[in-house]
Design a protein around this ligand. Structure first.
Ligand SMILES: *Cc1c(COP(=O)(O)O)cnc(C)c1O
Length: 456
């Protein structure tokens, strides 16, 4: 059979309602035109994020009942540890309440003011954590990664020449570690090849710089390697993940992605001294080393979810849903980042709304139009999220103006995707009339979450 079906059936349902256009207008106004401030019941299809929004399996729900809530030494931790060790091979394993908590501990213990941290592309919380600790978070994505239309198999890769120039130009002592984000969320959820990971490790070894991986979507990345990289077609996703981790000295993880759970994260490393530092910070910030801010039941569900994310049928289905949405966009000539990444479709708002300049936030204009048109919530990854203020206080736009339709794991069915496509059709009718926005309030860090907008 050619049709790829959902490798599950539905056992529990959750009601979903499309509120009226008038109600959507009022809701967006109350939210100061920032979809992060909407009530989720007012979003018919919520594509804000794939983080923590997935559906758990029967096995995960069953595992939760085995959760042992002892403060220290719980068997739930040992089951979690055993699974994470099987996948990562790391010596020291610390649970955290989310990925950003792992990043925060890494920043607190390893970064000094004036340091530089290179990454293929920093995720927003990663950047915020590192910059808060006084580092310069530098993105060194390969050239293809900046070309939205250019089809290449591994557009999330690190630019190795730029990495070496950064090291030799600033001195290795300025770089406490380098990072690699798989898949590269910020640059379209694009995968990173095993070759790039291997070469990055070799380069960093030459200068004695530790290699940390941000592995939120390690299973999706493993699937892309299996599908696209020579020599990996007959390896299992687990074997590919194991090889990927074998090049890392440490890793941060949000279990809300490829852990297939609603909350959780981890921080892992091989070095005993690093582990000692992490342990102290973990106890101060998150909780004791055998629970790290999570309940025993959360650890149980994550241990099952991590292995389910490595099932080939699951990854095939997941990728097929994203391809299905991409085909719908193709049929309407809506520009998006090609090829599609592992967890989302990224519409190119700059190309879609060319009449709106970057600092009038074409991404926000598209996000809000999509919400008003059909109650679909998406997110901007453009100048609001990634813009910076230069030393003279002038706002500089981000490198790309994208709108992400992130697909929650195992949640929406094919008719939901057809509804999204139909909403986009409706939106195409008056695309030239869509107006830009200005910011009327913004906090100092991570402004996209809570800032207010006014339409121009
Ligand atoms: C989600 C995410 C994080 C942060 O994880 P949280 O669990 O949301 O704190 C870090 N890096 C990447 C690439 C992510 O996608």
């Amino acid at each position: 059979m050619k049709t790829i079906i959902e490798p599950f059936r539905i056992k529990v349902t959750e009601p979903l309602k499309v509120i009226s256009k008038e109600e959507r207008i009022a809701a967006l106004k109350n939210a100061h035109n920032n979809v992060f401030l909407l009530h989720s019941e007012d979003c018919a299809i919520d594509l804000l994020t794939d983080s923590g929004t997935g559906a758990m399996s029967t096995k995960q729900w069953a595992a939760m009942m085995l959760g042992d809530e002892s403060y220290a030494g719980s068997p739930s931790f040992r089951r979690f540890e055993e699974t994470v060790r099987l996948i990562t091979g790391m010596k020291h394993i610390f649970p955290t309440h989310q990925g950003r908590a792992a990043e925060g501990i890494l920043a607190l213990t390893k970064i000094k003011p004036g340091d530089i941290v290179p990454n293929n592309s920093h995720f927003d919380t990663t950047r915020a954590n590192f910059e808060f600790a006084g580092a310069y978070a530098m993105d060194l994505i390969c050239e293809e990664g900046l070309e939205n239309d250019f089809v290449a198999p591994f557009k999330g890769n690190m630019d190795l020449r730029k990495l070496e120039d950064t090291i030799t130009g600033n001195g290795a002592e300025k770089i406490p570690f380098a990072m690699m984000t798989v898949t590269n969320n910020t640059s379209g959820g694009q995968p990173v090849s095993m070759e790039n990971i291997r070469k990055t490790k070799a380069l960093l070894d030459k200068y004695g710089i530790p290699f940390v991986m941000d592995v939120c979507r390690f299973a999706e990345n493993a699937f892309f390697i299996q599908q696209r990289e020579k020599g990996y077609e007959n390896k299992t996703l687990l074997e590919i993940a194991q090889e990927m981790f074998s090049y890392a000295d440490a890793a941060t993880m949000s279990l809300k992605k490829d852990g297939l759970v609603n909350i959780g994260g981890f921080l892992v490393c091989n070095d005993d001294d690093w582990a000692e530092d992490f342990k102290n910070a973990l106890i101060m910030r998150e909780g004791f080393i055998t629970y790290g801010g999570l309940a025993g039941r959360d650890l149980e569900a994550a241990a099952v979810g991590l292995m389910e994310a490595l099932e080939t049928d699951y990854q095939k289905y997941r990728h097929a849903t994203i391809e299905y949405l991409a085909k719908a966009l193709d049929s309407k000539n809506i520009p998006y980042v090609k090829p599609v990444g592992g967890h989302a479709v990224f519409i190119d708002a700059k190309a879609f709304l060319p009449h709106i300049p970057p600092l009038e936030y074409p991404g926000i204009a598209l996000v809000n139009t999509l919400y008003l048109a059909g109650g679909i919530r998406s997110v901007e990854l453009g100048s609001v999220m990634f813009g910076r203020f230069d030393d003279n206080g002038n706002e500089q736009p981000g490198p790309l103006e994208l709108v992400r339709l992130a697909i929650p794991r195992r949640v929406y069915t094919q008719s939901h995707f057809d509804y999204i496509a139909e909403t986009l059709d409706y939106l195409m009718q008056d695309v030239e009339k869509v107006k830009g926005y200005k910011i009327t309030y913004q906090p100092k860090y991570l402004r996209h979450f809570t800032c207010h907008f006014e339409q121009l």
